[in-house]
Design a protein around this ligand. Structure first.
Ligand SMILES: [Zn+2]
Ligand SMILES: [Zn+2]
Length: 176
């Protein structure tokens, strides 16, 4: 293979780290949602995490998901509709686990790649974690507006990879 072809096949950094986040997500044992996140400092991988129950506690495959029901107001056209949503609250979110398993010093000025757009609680914690950039792939529209405005206030870059295709072996169904 010529060096030219190798260069063409070489993944850019966003793809490279998002692929890793998706592979990390395959470790999740919550059948409803597999989320992976990685901490990157100057192109160096400094931590990985996925959503899961606390160590030693029964996980979703052993004890089933812990489902709560919430009502959400969604705008369909100009019409507000109330939608009932089910969520699993057994797991610690991937971003929160990432913060539990990395050092503050490693996070200062770092980027977090996460398969799914952070929820409000995770975004709030990330905003206080020292990181300066969040890169995500799948949208999570529920908290999107407030998450984006928080990051703007905090001068943390948040961006979505829109032309990204996850690795085939890492793709799972998501029930949100
Ligand atoms: Zn679950
Ligand atoms: Zn979250």
């Amino acid at each position: 293979m010529s060096t030219h072809n190798i260069e063409q096949q070489r993944k850019d950094w966003d793809t490279y780290f998002m692929d890793i986040a998706y592979m990390v997500a395959t470790r999740s044992r919550c059948p409803r949602r597999h989320v992976g996140s990685v901490l990157v400092q100057g192109k160096k991988l400094l931590g990985t995490a996925y959503n899961g129950a606390p160590m030693g506690a029964k996980d979703c495959l052993e004890a089933g998901c812990m489902i709560t029901e919430e009502f959400e107001i969604q705008l369909v056209g100009s019409q507000e509709t109330v939608v009932k949503k089910q969520r699993c609250i057994r797991t610690i979110h991937a971003e929160q686990n990432l913060l539990l398993f990395t050092d503050r010093a490693d996070r200062e000025g770092a980027t977090v790649y996460v398969t799914d757009q952070p929820c409000w609680t995770c975004a709030n914690m990330l905003a206080n974690s020292g990181i300066v950039e969040i890169v995500f792939h799948r949208s999570y529209s529920k908290d999107s507006e407030k998450v984006f405005s928080l990051m703007e206030q905090q001068q943390i870059t948040i961006r979505q990879l829109t032309n990204y295709e996850p690795p085939e072996q890492a793709v799972t169904d998501v029930n949100s």
